[in-house]
Ligand binder design. Structure first.
Ligand SMILES: [Ca+2]
Ligand SMILES: [Ca+2]
Ligand SMILES: [Ca+2]
Ligand SMILES: [Ca+2]
Length: 748
């Protein structure tokens, strides 16, 4: 126990770094370093998993019409490359690697699943590196201090009893009191110039940066605006009603200006209500046309040069900003996801000239749904074949410098970035975990060459420009069918990896980074069920990741154990020796989402793991974030039909899990046809910001949230507060605040 006193010292010594609301990772290396003195690496590796997981019994064969149902019942219109599917659902990975088993169905049993939900198994995973150290918050008390809410199909936000959810900064909210965009007209008639000065559309990833590094009353709320909803080529709300195509330059430009990110200065007023600080020098829109810089090993390479930018270093705009991350030095990381949807061609549409790489990245032949290529040649992949190479990156934004030029960090690789979760190694190098959200794509991590130096803004500003990029292979481990195994991080380096050195498709490291998916294919990475958000446990350093669904999966492995996976799962892993820079890891499945109320699913994996029951069942986990107390917040972006395989699951929602007990409770439900995504906290965790994306996305008038009546539906943030003023999710007013991470040290 003595080493745990050092925990305490480490925590006490923790400076109030900027942007720490969501994590305490500047402490993590201290926690690990001290804990590791008590437990050898070998003990960590062998103690990590429960033997109960290995029990496998009778085979099971599922016959299901679920794929058909997914495509017909789900009113999924996002991106609309085909009716009722996400473009991310359509695999572009034609490599032959890494479906470990091509059996019809895996020998997985409901009995095994029941054990998977057991507290002993869970505790053994979580407790490994902490053995002999301070205890995590006691399991008997539990982390979840709220009463679960029922599923809902209402056109409103429903939140747990004792909480209030207040809509905030919806699409079109003015950021300035005069000039273009100073008012919201309510009918979508704003111009492109107006939109460039108003909050963008389809809110997604988000972070709260305290204005002075610690305030919970004032800060910069930075968020992504992933896209504008289009159904059959018509923007359903952007130009008001009726829906319309971007069939003028002005309309295309308005759409471009509704994408990107917002930096919004927010402050509590005298009455304690959050409000936008109009005209603040920090207020800023970054759009699909804002000048940005490509940095890192691929910057300047021929693959990134265009007619308009022969330097290969200057690009206009950021697009498809989906999940997010942030850094300990106070910057925001925005993740460019489905950029392929923005590229089309009006040239000889009958002749398909797409390269193998363009196909692998999902660029579709012919015109795009958004139609920008008709007005801006750079979005025409035949006229400007390299422009799409300048999207699909992680963009680093300094919200505190309104004049700063956002940086696209090529060292982190190009794919459909969904999120970016950081940790620090013992020697303070920065690790960024990332998902590539497409059916059968991969999980990646970046490890910087240089260490983070607290307070050295200049040094930290280039940390993400040099380092090692890895892609994950999830092996079944000693036993197949037990939802756990081992894994390896495969190095995506032209010089250091002989496989890539010998592959002439990659003449240099720039090619490896620009075409990271192809390089990862070559190395035999594991095809996952659409990796979305990842989050690092603030105490253990274990990484949890949502695999949202994969209705087209035909073969299975332990990490992706279901064919036609319509529900999704959360997978977690622990790096060998507790070192985030390790090249080996152990993993298990934390939860298999499912629906146990469907009679045909009972006794099968489609019922979900044992911690799924009638009152908390959900599908398609997507947004994911730990709060600083170790609660795992889960947001869904899935099928909201509330029928068939999805009966009883209602609208998309946000749930909360206790990582140790594995208990999951529903906390909040969104309005009709929305996705719940994006999560941020003030440092005191007494304000939670959550984003509601695309209410009424079918365009059939099913939602008028948040205003109600006949209003246009608008994506918006909701501010969640506890009516007694306490910590969000906590059991009592004082619990969370008093215990804080000091719970780590308080037991000794
Ligand atoms: Ca996604
Ligand atoms: Ca296994
Ligand atoms: Ca997402
Ligand atoms: Ca999603």
């Amino acid at each position: 126990m003595s080493s745990c006193l050092k925990h305490k010292e480490g925590i006490r010594a923790r400076p109030a770094a900027i942007g720490q609301a969501q994590g305490l990772s500047s402490d993590k290396s201290t926690l690990w370093r001290n804990c590791d003195k008590d437990v050898s690496n070998g003990e960590i590796l062998t103690a990590a998993f429960s033997p109960g997981f290995t029990d496998v019994s009778k085979n099971r064969h599922q016959t299901t019409a679920s794929l058909f149902q997914f495509h017909t019942i789900a009113a999924k219109t996002k991106h609309m490359t085909a009716p009722f599917t996400d473009s991310e659902d359509l695999p572009t990975n034609t490599s032959t690697n890494t479906h470990f088993q091509t059996v019809v169905d895996r020998a997985l049993s409901r009995r095994g699943l029941l054990k998977m939900g057991g507290g002993a198994a869970a505790a053994s995973f979580l407790a490994g590196p902490l053995a002999g150290c301070a205890q995590w918050i006691t399991p008997s008390a539990g982390l979840l201090g709220f009463k679960p809410v029922a599923a809902s199909t209402a056109d409103s936000v429903v939140v747990a009893a004792g909480y209030t959810a207040t809509p905030f900064v919806p699409w079109g909210t003015p950021l300035f009191s005069s000039g273009a965009g100073a008012s919201w007209k309510g009918d979508g008639s704003e111009t492109a110039a107006d939109q460039a000065r108003q909050v963008g559309d389809n809110h997604d990833g988000m972070h709260f940066f305290p204005i002075d590094g610690h305030s919970s009353n004032e800060g910069l709320l930075v968020m992504n605006h992933e896209y504008t909803t289009v159904v059959k080529g018509r923007y359903i709300t952007l130009f008001g009603l009726p829906s319309a195509a971007a069939n003028t330059l002005e309309r295309a430009n308005k759409a471009i200006n509704a994408w990107g990110c917002s930096v919004i200065h927010v402050r509590k007023d005298a009455a304690g209500q959050w409000a936008v600080v109009l005209d603040s020098r920090y207020n800023r829109r970054l759009t699909g046309a804002t000048p940005m810089e490509l940095t890192g090993p691929a910057a300047g390479d021929a693959l990134l040069q265009t007619r308009a930018d022969q330097s290969g270093r200057r690009v206009l705009g950021t697009l498809n900003n989906c999940g997010n991350g942030f850094t300990p030095w106070g910057t925001y990381l925005s993740c460019e996801e489905n950029f392929n949807n923005n590229f089309g061609t009006t040239v000889e549409p009958g002749t398909d000239t797409r390269s193998a790489a363009q196909k692998r990245y999902g660029i579709q032949a012919g015109t795009s749904e958004y139609g920008w290529e008709a007005w801006h040649e750079r979005f025409d992949y035949k006229k400007e074949p390299n422009e799409s190479n300048r999207f699909g990156w992680i963009v680093e934004i300094d919200p505190f410098d309104p004049l700063s030029i956002p940086k696209k960090r090529t060292a982190l690789g190009r794919f459909k970035h969904e999120s970016a979760a950081w940790n620090l190694t013992r020697d303070k190098r920065v690790v960024i975990y990332m998902g590539d959200d497409q059916a059968n794509d991969y999980v990646y991590k970046f490890v910087s060459d240089k260490p983070y130096v607290e307070g050295d803004k200049a040094a930290n500003s280039t940390l993400l420009d040099s380092g090692k990029l890895y892609v994950a292979r999830f092996d079944d481990g000693a036993t197949a069918g037990d939802f756990m195994g081992t894994g390896e991080w495969l190095l995506l380096d032209k010089q250091a990896n002989p496989v890539l050195q010998a592959d002439s498709r990659f003449p240099n490291q720039a090619a490896v980074l620009v075409h990271a998916r192809l390089a990862a294919d070559r190395l035999g990475a594991t095809k996952m069920d659409r990796p979305e958000w990842l989050s690092v446990h603030p105490g253990t350093g274990e990484v949890y990741g949502t695999m949202t669904n994969n209705a087209g999966r035909t073969s299975t492995d332990d990490a992706n154990p279901r064919q036609k996976n319509i529900y999704g799962q959360i997978v977690r892993w622990r790096e060998a020796g507790g070192d985030p820079a390790a090249t080996r890891f152990q993993w298990d499945v934390f939860v298999l989402a499912g629906n146990p109320t469907v009679p045909a699913h009972q006794g099968t994996l489609k019922a979900g793991s044992a911690n799924i029951h009638a009152d908390n069942s959900f599908n398609s986990p997507d947004g994911l974030a730990f709060d600083r107390f170790g609660r795992l917040w889960i947001q869904t972006d899935g099928n909201y039909s509330n029928a068939g395989d999805f009966a009883g699951q209602g609208n998309n929602s946000m749930l909360c899990a206790d990582p140790q007990t594995r208990e999951i409770r529903r906390f909040l439900v969104g309005p009709k046809e929305c996705e719940v995504t994006g999560i941020a906290f003030t440092p005191d965790h007494r304000t939670m910001f959550v984003n509601i994306q695309h209410p009424g996305e079918s365009g059939q008038g099913h939602s008028h949230w948040p205003e109600g009546g006949d209003a246009l539906p608008r994506s918006a943030t909701v501010i969640v507060t506890k009516n007694d003023g306490g910590v969000i999710g906590s059991r009592a007013f004082t619990q969370g605040a008093a215990r804080s991470v000091c719970a780590w040290a308080s037991s000794d």
